[in-house]
Design a protein around this ligand. Structure first.
Ligand code: NAD
Ligand code: IPM
Ligand code: MN
Length: 352
């Protein structure tokens, strides 16, 4: 089993190092780790945020453990050279279209939520975010209008097969949970969303045991803070899913707690090929200060163990160690405590 480790920029290397320590502590037999550069770090050495050697490392692995990319010193580069193109390129090149972003409140952490504890307590939801389409990957550009004004534009679109395959992922996920699916769109305004809604309704015929509802994204954002306990599985497009998942993280307590898996069609010997990463970014404001919470990265490792290596028992051990550390009151600065990145990793390792 080969895992490509792509730590990236900012706090990416800091949080990924803690996830790798946890992985090494599991002492799995026949496991090979291969490091590969991505993002601003890769641009500075290879002139590209996603060099061919990195893509090759990805293709020859069973899974990717990804940190974060993004570097303010690269923000003025032309778009194709910016660090973020590394993660977008990996998702697209590897066909990783299904992004699973679970959000669940940890026992003892209800008080850390941005919501009142009695509201936060009920959070146990899964955001299924489409990852290969939408306004992210449409034609885009800037141009001069006839009257000389500058205009920026990005095409939003979904083809029906793209909606159908993510809908199947979401319905199946709901079948394994509480059998409720909320599809989030903006069908009252956008044609892209109307097609999305029509196709989700067609797919629903295959899943009579799942209760389907539709919400407009503005209402969904409101419901997510009013009563997040009402949600089981949420399925939505690339852009809305990006926004709602950051919002969900503060309902749980911190963006440093939410993990994700990006999956496609490719299979490995023991599961699905996938890319695993915290939902947060490179956090340049706290990078290099030992202040980043590595729990999201460690929980992403747990998802890797589960989905790509077929190691459900080990995945649960890691998740239980994180939950116990949090339950014991171990807190980083993001949760009002003082434990640094390394100390948080130590706390998880001790409980493992
Ligand atoms: P961010 O998620 O990096 O940070 C947002 C805020 O949350 C910051 O205040 C940061 O300090 C805090 N934060 C994030 N992760 C944390 C952690 N583990 N522990 C404690 N605090 C944490 O979002 P941003 O500031 O909008 O973006 C910074 C850069 O990261 C940008 O270049 C952006 O494009 C990139 N980004 C990359 C990814 C990715 O690699 N998948 C995801 C999101 C953003
Ligand atoms: C995420 C990030 C990325 C996204 C950026 C860095 C391209 O915000 O993984 O959530 O928008 O998908
Ligand atoms: Mn995001």
């Amino acid at each position: 089993m080969r895992i490509a480790v792509m730590a990236g920029d900012g706090i990416g290397p800091e949080v990924t190092a803690e996830a790798v320590r946890v992985l090494e502590a599991l002492a799995l037999p026949e496991l090979e780790l291969v490091e590969a550069e991505v993002g601003g770090a890769a641009y500075k050495r290879h002139g590209h945020p996603l060099p061919e050697v990195t893509l090759e490392a990805a293709r020859s692995s069973d899974a990717i453990l990804f940190g974060a990319v993004g570097d303010p010193s690269c923000d003025a580069l032309e778009r194709r050279l910016r660090p973020e193109q590394a993660i977008l390129g990996l998702r697209r090149e590897l066909g990783l279209f299904a992004n699973l972003r679970p959000a669940k409140v940890f026992p003892g952490l209800e008080g850390a939520s941005a919501l009142r504890p009695e509201i936060a307590r009920a959070i146990d939801l899964l955001i299924v975010r489409e990852l290969n389409g939408d306004v992210y990957f449409g034609d885009k550009g800037t141009r001069r209008l006839d009257d000389g004004r500058r205009q920026g534009w990005d095409l939003m679109s979904y083809a029906e097969d793209e909606v159908r395959r993510i809908a199947h992922v979401a319905f199946r996920a709901a079948q394994g949970r509480r059998r409720r699916l909320t599809s989030v769109d903006k069908a009252n305004v956008l044609e892209t969303s109307q097609l999305w809604r029509d196709v989700v309704c067609e797919v629903a015929a295959d899943y009579p045991d799942v209760a389907l509802e539709h919400l407009y994204v503005d209402n969904a954002a409101m419901q997510l803070v009013r009563d997040p306990g009402q949600f089981d599985v949420i399925v939505t497009g690339n852009l809305f899913g990006d926004i709602l998942s950051d919002q969900a993280s503060m309902c749980v307590g911190s963006i440093g707690l939410l993990a994700s898996a990006a999956l496609g069609e490719r299979r490995t010997a023991h599961g699905a090929f996938g890319l695993y990463e915290p939902i947060h970014g490179s956090a340049p404001d706290i990078a290099g200060q030992n202040r980043a919470n590595p729990m999201a990265a460690i929980l992403s490792l747990a998802m890797l163990l589960r989905h790509s290596l077929g190691l459900e028992g080990e995945a649960r051990r890691v998740e239980a160690a994180v939950a116990r550390a949090l339950g014991d009151g171990v807190r980083g600065a993001d949760l009002g405590g003082s434990a640094g990145t390394r100390a948080l990793g130590d706390a998880v390792l001790e409980r493992l």
